[in-house]
Design a protein around this ligand. Structure first.
Ligand code: ZN
Length: 164
């Protein structure tokens, strides 16, 4: 298990466009394993390679069912709309209100280079959009309708405590 350091949005690497993955080798597999470890350690839903300082088109997502590894992912279809809360491991302690598609279909390669398609709804569709934006150097705060106020953040923290 190896954890990578999660960079915050003030780092320039988070604002650059990532290059496609061309080598599906040991180095990619190590990156994917480390990204999954880092994601679970941070209790996040998704993590994109630039968040750990790697400018490659690699994303890991786990919305609670299974780990998805997306290499060179593209959104090929969307449907509907949802407006709700969004946060980012690179923007710690903050949340915003963001409108995303209700459903999204992604085409991507797995760790061995095989292409596949995956559908996501609600949280997964939101995660697809959020994480793929990272690969083009974009952070959700750029598209948020607004950020939560200090009072709203406090309410959210209290609600999360009640859940635990
Ligand atoms: Zn993010």
């Amino acid at each position: 298990m190896a954890l990578r350091m999660i960079l915050t949005a003030d780092e320039s690497v988070l604002h650059k466009r990532c290059r496609p993955v061309t080598d599906f080798d040991e180095r990619l597999h190590t990156l994917l394993d480390d990204m999954a470890d880092t994601l679970y350690e941070s209790n996040g839903v998704g993590l994109a390679a630039p968040q750990v300082g790697i400018l490659r088109r690699v994303v890991v997502i786990d919305g609670g069912e299974e780990l998805l590894e997306l290499i060179n992912p593209e959104i090929i279809a969307t449907e509907g709309e949802q407006t709700g809360l969004e946060g980012c491991l690179s923007v710690p302690g903050k949340y915003g209100i963001v409108t995303r598609p209700m459903k999204a279909t992604v085409r991507a390669q797995d760790r061995d280079g095989n292409w596949f398609e995956v559908d996501g709804e609600e949280l997964m569709a939101r995660a697809f959009c959020h994480e793929l934006d990272h690969l083009d150097g974009h952070i959700y705060t750029e598209v948020a309708e607004r950020m939560l106020t200090a009072e709203e953040l406090e309410e959210l923290a209290n609600a999360q405590e009640d859940e635990e």
